[in-house]
Design a protein around this ligand. Structure first.
Ligand code: SF4
Ligand code: SF4
Length: 354
């Protein structure tokens, strides 16, 4: 098996690390020839333009881009070399904003969010202040095995009633390791076993969801059969989980690089455009989620954050928000990558949208 690079695209000087280069690549192919409608035109065709947020139910914060892994499909272009990290002041501001915004869920993502030096203290403060809030941590699992200082994270998650959402692209080692690195599958199973031991997937308040994403240029499908396969394989390893979520690969950052390098870009974009589903478009996550970047900038979603597409309207930083209701009075900023959310059953951080 060819091993994955050990550095982010950015550290390798990859052209597609820059948002402008990503847009240029994305907007070529059938969009340039007029064969495919731009995403905004597709929305109009279905009477869905402009997309408008309904409310802020989910406050998704990206606490930094550092990660112990360098997955092939990472839309963040995360890796051990990334240094961006949310400051203590901003974490305190997030804590305040959770109450003011009326959000019912805090969704903590990265990178590997557990690598933020204040991760535990922040989660403890939020849990103590908002006992009813749902707190999600997007854990890559291998971080639980990476170093002695992370070994007791399963116990910490359980004590804080954190919902753990973890990527396990497939129920077999070969496909998982191809996307996430050699040995990741076995390491993930060890971490999952420890989560099961502390009660995840078995006790009502300890929810563990796994995320499947396809290996190649196609959409997730046959989810029922797939979930049954995951359950059977993992049960044999003494691992329990709640549900399997499917997320389509977003054609930006390292996945865009992979698509281009492997000659699959046009085929994948065609799958996404042809698969446009108006019902999925109605439920896209930007209608109920606000994304906060490590530096406080606000975005419609984590994907827009990586493409540096700021929120429409005058208020673009958490530091500047005074009126939370007014923040919802805006149009979502869309571009052609949005087809990644609206094909087939739809795709979001919470799974299907249709
Ligand atoms: S996909 Fe997740 S685990 Fe993999 S490099 Fe990106 S942030 Fe890290
Ligand atoms: S990429 Fe972001 S802005 Fe575009 S449809 Fe998906 S969630 Fe909405």
């Amino acid at each position: 098996m060819a091993s994955l690079p050990h550095k982010s695209l950015r550290a390798r000087g990859g052209e597609l690390a820059a948002p402008a280069a990503q847009f240029k690549t994305l907007n070529a192919a059938g969009f340039a020839t007029g064969e495919w409608p731009a995403f905004s035109a597709m929305l109009e065709r279905h009477g869905l333009a402009p997309l408008r947020p309904k409310s802020i139910e989910i406050f998704q914060i990206n606490v930094g881009y550092v990660c112990n892994q360098v997955c092939a499909h990472c839309h963040v272009d995360a890796g051990p070399d990334r240094r961006e990290q949310m400051s203590s002041e901003l974490l305190a501001l997030v804590e305040e904003a959770l109450g003011a915004s009326g959000a019912s869920t805090l969704d903590i993502t990265g990178g590997a969010p557990e690598m933020h030096p204040e991760f535990r203290a922040f989660v403890e403060r939020v849990r103590a202040r908002y006992p009813e809030l749902e707190i999600i941590v997007r854990s890559n699992l291998t971080i639980l095995e990476a170093h002695a200082k992370y070994r007791d994270l399963p116990e910490f998650f359980a004590a804080q009633r954190v919902r753990v959402v973890s990527s396990l692209p497939f129920f077999r080692a070969d496909r998982t390791d191809r996307q996430r690195g050699e040995g990741v599958f076995e390491s993930s199973l060890r971490a999952l076993r420890r989560l099961t031991e502390v009660g995840y997937g078995r006790e009502e308040e300890l929810v563990l969801d796994l995320v499947h994403n396809p290996a190649g240029a196609f959409l997730p499908n046959h989810m029922e059969a797939l979930e049954a396969n995951y359950r059977e394989t993992l049960a044999a390893e003494s691992i329990a989980f709640n549900q399997l979520i499917a997320i389509a690969n977003m054609p930006i950052a390292r996945y865009l690089d992979y698509l281009e390098a492997s000659g699959n870009l046009e085929d994948y974009l065609e799958v996404l455009v042809d698969g446009f589903n108006p019902a999925a478009a109605r439920g896209v996550m930007c209608t109920n989620t606000l994304s906060v970047g490590w530096d406080g900038r606000l975005f419609d979603c984590d994907f827009n954050q990586m493409l540096e597409l700021p929120l429409a309207g005058p208020v673009r930083r958490l530091q500047d928000v005074e009126d939370w209701a007014a923040l919802n009075d805006r149009n979502v900023v869309v571009a052609n990558h949005c087809y990644g959310c609206t094909a087939g059953a739809g795709s979001s951080c919470q799974g299907a949208t249709a």
